[in-house]
Design a protein. Structure first.
Length: 453
């Protein structure tokens, strides 16, 4: 006779599976929840930007194949060489070229910038030419012959220069690049650089984001399931999404292209082949428009905060840092989980705020980062807040600060900062925030572009 406990376990497993499938079932019916897109026609030119040699295929093989098949100009840019413990940059370059050939894309339509992996600091500390990033081998310049710029220095300013030149030369009408909420640091950084380059150029086109790394077990299920749909992860389901349908031939080509990345599918291919589905998925973010106020509101008084301009997903702590939180004997991580960013500006004062799921923690650093785009040049403002005190961080030659002391206040689950508006001196900015612990980054927001009107 079957043990009753076994029956109960089986029933529980079936229920759990059913709930999981239900949570990912938004696009499963004939009545599609998400609109189709990107809409690509013969008047378009599509630029696909990939952080690593494989992201161009994992997230965009269907788009690339569609463009090739319909003779629509498409160009792929791979930012890093992907060199890691699994493979050299040369190996990964070869894998990408093989995959692109299977999709019908010619070799001259693929550009490799050859920057190193794990170089998120290029957008922050290692921005300028006077403070180059060094990889684990101590190398500070690109060394591969396939690099877009031979001997390119590893710094953010040079990467920005490369991207601007490619955009100006190719003149894309559509740019497809990583979603800023991707948890992988190279994806987050690539997203920031694309936005920075287009803002610096004041370049206007349609932009779509894609995900490959999230905070949940996504995509579901982790296996080859070409008869299922790719839908947003739960923590980002409230964002705006479009779906690009793939037919059976498209899926087979994508699967064949993915198999080109032998260094990434050994020993476990379950994650990468899980992206072979009936569609590809893209996020759509519009610039945020904020009106400059005529009257000054003092947010240090009372309980109010500056208006929220965007939200950050909850329960999205960087997975690699969770162990560090435990090491510090922190039972509650809500103080580290950013939920929203606030902003208000008048002629004299700019108010910044961040909120967390729990009370602001003592001894924990919180940071604001702003990039401004004036008529002459771009500047950066970086602010460090800890224990109710704030100070400017001067990372590079384009860092700016005020001679006035930064005023700040902590209100339970949030921090408010006041800075003079004249140091921004721009109608277009990018803004993000993050939380640190003693070992590194714990949570960060995407970079968002704000137009001050």
């Amino acid at each position: 006779m079957i043990d009753k406990r076994v029956i109960l376990i089986l029933i529980f497993a079936v229920l759990l599976l059913g709930l999981t499938l239900y949570s990912y079932g938004g696009y499963e019916s004939d009545n599609l929840t998400y609109p189709k897109g990107p809409v690509i026609g013969h008047s378009n030119k599509v630029l696909v930007v990939a952080p690593h040699p494989d992201d161009e295929t994992i997230a965009n093989a269907g788009i690339i194949r569609y463009c090739v098949k319909n003779k629509i100009p498409v160009h792929v840019v791979v930012v890093t060489n992907g060199e890691n413990f699994r493979a050299t940059g040369i190996e990964r370059h070869s894998e990408s070229m093989t995959a692109m050939k299977k999709l019908g894309l010619k070799s001259d339509a693929v550009t490799f910038l050859d920057y190193p992996e794990n170089s998120a600091s290029l957008f922050n500390q290692n921005w300028g030419y006077n403070n180059l990033f060094k990889d684990e081998n101590g190398t500070s310049h690109s060394t591969n012959s396939f690099a877009y710029e031979l001997n390119a220095p590893y710094c953010g300013e040079n990467l920005e220069k490369n991207l601007k030149q490619i955009i100006e030369d190719f003149q894309p009408t559509i740019i497809i690049y990583p979603d800023g909420n991707d948890k992988n640091p190279d994806h987050w950084t690539t997203s920031a650089f694309v936005d920075y380059a287009t803002n610096k150029l004041n370049y206007t086109c349609k932009k779509y984001g894609y995900l490959t790394h999230t905070y949940s077990q996504w995509p579901y299920p982790r296996s080859y399931n070409p008869d299922t749909y790719l839908v947003p992860p739960p923590e980002l389901s409230n964002q705006s999404w479009v779906v690009f349908p793939l037919n059976g031939v498209d899926e087979s080509l994508k699967f064949d292209a993915i198999k080109s990345y032998s260094s990434q599918i050994t020993p476990d291919a379950s994650y990468i082949i899980a992206f072979v589905k009936k569609n590809e998925l893209f996020s759509v973010y519009s610039d945020i428009n904020v009106s400059s106020q005529k009257n000054n509101t003092n947010y240090f008084k009372g309980s109010s905060f500056p208006p929220t301009i965007f939200q950050d997903p909850e329960n999205d702590l960087l997975i690699n840092e969770i162990s560090n939180l435990i090491d510090l004997n922190l039972e509650n991580t809500d103080s580290f989980d950013l939920t929203s960013i606030g902003f208000e500006m008048d002629q004299n004062t700019t108010w910044l705020s961040l909120k967390t799921m729990g009370a602001i923690a003592n001894n924990t650093p919180y940071e604001f980062h702003i990039r401004t785009f004036g008529s002459d040049n771009a500047s950066r403002i970086d602010i460090w807040i800890q224990n109710g005190k704030a100070s400017y961080e001067m990372f590079s030659q384009n860092s700016v600060k005020s001679h006035l002391k930064i005023k700040t206040v902590v209100k339970h689950d949030g921090v408010i900062v006041e800075i003079p508006s004249n140091i921004i001196n721009s109608k277009k900015i990018m803004i993000s925030a993050d939380v640190m612990n003693q070992q590194g980054m714990v949570d960060r927001t995407a970079w968002r572009t704000v137009n001050i009107v």
